[in-house]
Write a protein that binds this ligand. Sequence first.
Ligand code: ADP
Ligand code: ADP
Length: 237
Amino acid sequence: MIEFNHVNKTYHNGTNALKNINLKIEQGEFVAVIGLSGAGKSTLIRCINRMHDITSGHLYVNHVDVSKLKGKQIRRFRRRIGMIFQSFNLVTRMSVIKNVLVSFVPDLPMWRKLTGVFTKEHKLKALEALDKVGILDKAYVRVDQLSGGQQQRVALARTLAQNPDILLADEPIASLDPVTSKLVMDDFKTINQTMKISVIMNIHHVEIALEYADRIIGVREGEIVFDGAADQVTKET
Ligand code: ADP
Ligand code: ADP
């Protein structure tokens, strides 16, 4: 469960990116955050896993007061929250499976991750995650040999391998073509429905948001201007 309680976020340059946000998201919801560029969607999502600190108010994730976490606690907390980016954030010169494997040793420096500290169980879990997103056959292919859609599925598999409760996605299909976008959205939907993982996705394609999400949150100039079921969204909102 995620709860925003009178949350404000002001960046160092004085931009009020979030203004008095009040919001509750239950476990297992599929939420799309929509709004124009600069509305505050990305800030909203990135406060949930402490990529950004809130300025005032309270933010609870699974009853943990996120602002109170320190150092090691933040890293442990983030392990249960997957994050998917527009740019995939994979190591493109490494194999698909290795990209998934590094998620099992998040606290090691990259050189240790690359020198193979993985157990058989790690490998099985990685392969299982790749199977869930339908790219098991690409396990030993280098990431830079894959299409954008396949790369985003590798990113999803890497996240799933961590057993997250929550999946945050910041414009995950913004750099994909329409057909591939749908395939990736299908994966998010399957993950949400079969694994009961909450999905909170920031997306500027309104039609796709309405098609896939159960709940739509509209953000404008740092404020929530709409919050309701996808079928309640009308042209005016
Ligand atoms: P969206 O995701 O809806 O495009 P953002 O959350 O990225 O919106 O941005 C909200 C507002 O905060 C914008 O005015 C943006 O310019 C500003 N902003 C975003 N990130 C930063 C930052 N790191 N420092 C200062 N201002 C920022
Ligand atoms: P490396 O760069 O060490 O060759 P890879 O990225 O190819 O690693 O693979 C990641 C892990 O999977 C390594 O631990 C490697 O031993 C293992 N691996 C690589 N290829 C195969 C394969 N064909 N079958 C089973 N395991 C493999």
